[in-house]
Design a binder for this molecule. Structure first.
Ligand code: ZN
Length: 420
């Protein structure tokens, strides 16, 4: 498994500059295309699962984090406050407090619960410069986060739903976790909330893991300060484990923010907050995808989805027209023209691109393309429109594979267009 930093450089996905600062990577157009595809997938999957999206600011007053408990339990990881007109503002270390405030922006009825609020938004962590590098240790993080405000009775269903959403996303991204971890408090006073709440929340998460038949290990000292969590662990190129996705049960923050809903009895009750992330941070997710696939992303995530290869200069107009058609269909395509070398050299250059559309004289005359798949399979020439419709359908459905099984795929020894 290659290192994501090396792959990111070679493939031109992201970079850093000392003038911007360590741990503050920028995304180049190809990296931004991957990130955009991933973010849009997550938003669509969340919408389908009943989440509503919000935007909240990256700054908040120090008091906000004093109430949430971040200031007391997490300030070592936070940027120092900025003084402004007698107030102190901080870059947020998480999205939870903002979402709690959004929840209490008006009164809530039990009929609204479970209320699922999601956001793909930035947060900041004051990592020391000595440990920074690539996309896995960064100071600016784009977090895929959501908070489900629900009754105690709804927690198990919501935690299960979140784990199922995570499972579907991993299948689409074609990655697997190395383990599920039930993260519990360890020694030391950094864990807030009453012991009884911890036991209750832990029991709920354990029940969900067992109901889903997911093997898990327990990790003492790995919990969030406000509650236990299920962590979905992945391994990097060096075998180091990290948490990509998470589901957490929190009784503490609803208490601290005095959240309430009006129950069927007409009285005010305290909701529970389930924190969950499907792909974790976008940075960590892309780093893991890069390493897991060696840069050969599933078609829907690939920076470039279709490489158009005219056999010679004569087929250039048809190649340009095909690339333009791809763009109209929302597919990312580029022409690898004859000036870039022999057809074989261009096929090698485009080896990470899922689809290579080869156009020789015969295909050009007939409005066809001969499609090569990244894994070496070749399809007999067929109408260009039909090929693009199939590619678009697979990418649109977030399929992790290159082609649906069928009899039209020839072996690796198929004829190259332009040969006879
Ligand atoms: Zn949260």
């Amino acid at each position: 498994m290659p290192d994501h930093r090396k792959l990111g450089r070679e493939l031109g996905l992201f970079g850093t500059d000392p003038l911007i600062g360590a741990g503050l990577p920028y995304w180049l157009p190809d990296g931004a295309a991957v990130r955009h595809a991933l973010e849009e997938y997550v938003r669509a999957a969340e919408r389908a699962a009943g989440y509503r999206h919000v935007y909240s600011p990256v700054l908040g007053k120090r008091e906000l984090y004093e109430i949430s408990g971040h200031w007391a339990h997490y300030s070592e990881d936070m940027f120092p406050p900025m003084n402004l007109g007698g107030e102190q503002l901080v870059l947020r270390p998480s999205l939870c407090p903002h979402h709690a405030v959004i929840y209490r922006s008006r009164s809530r009825s039990h009929r609204e619960l479970p209320l699922r609020i999601a956001e793909l938004g930035p947060m900041y962590r004051s990592e020391l410069s000595g440990v920074l590098g690539g996309l896995t240790r960064v100071r600016a993080i784009q977090l895929n986060d959501a908070h489900i405000f629900c009754t105690v009775d709804q927690v198990a269903d919501e935690a299960r739903g979140a784990l199922e959403l995570i499972g579907r996303a991993y299948r689409a991204m074609d990655i697997s976790p190395v383990r599920h971890r039930l993260s519990l408090p360890g020694a030391g006073g950094k864990y807030a909330a009453a012991p009884e709440d911890w036991r209750r929340a832990t029991g709920m998460l354990r029940g969900v893991l067992e109901e889903l038949g997911l093997p898990y290990e327990e990790g003492a000292g790995e919990a969030a300060f406000y509650g236990p969590k299920i962590d979905v662990q992945v391994a990097d190129a060096a075998g180091r484990e990290s948490t990509l996705s998470t589901v957490q049960v929190d009784f503490l923050q609803p208490e601290r923010f005095r959240l309430a809903y009006v129950g069927p009895d007409g009285r005010r009750h305290r909701p529970v907050m389930v924190h969950r992330s499907v792909v974790g941070s976008v940075e960590r997710a892309v780093a893991h995808l890069l390493e897991a696939h060696g840069g050969a992303f599933p078609p829907w995530l690939a920076p470039l989805q279709v490489a158009v290869l005219p056999v010679g200069d004569a087929e250039e107009p048809q190649a340009l027209a095909l690339a333009a058609r791809c763009a109209e269909l929302g597919l990312r395509a580029e022409v690898f023209g004859a000036e870039r070398g022999s057809l074989g050299a261009r096929v090698r250059e485009a080896r990470l691109v899922p689809y290579q559309a080869v156009i020789g004289p015969r295909e050009a005359a007939a409005g066809q393309v001969a499609l090569r798949l990244r894994d070496g399979r070749r399809l007999a020439p067929r109408p260009a429109g039909e090929v693009l419709d199939r590619v678009r359908a697979l990418a649109g459905a977030h399929r992790p594979w290159l082609w649906e099984d069928g009899d039209e795929v020839a072996g690796r020894a198929g004829r190259e267009p332009g040969q006879s």
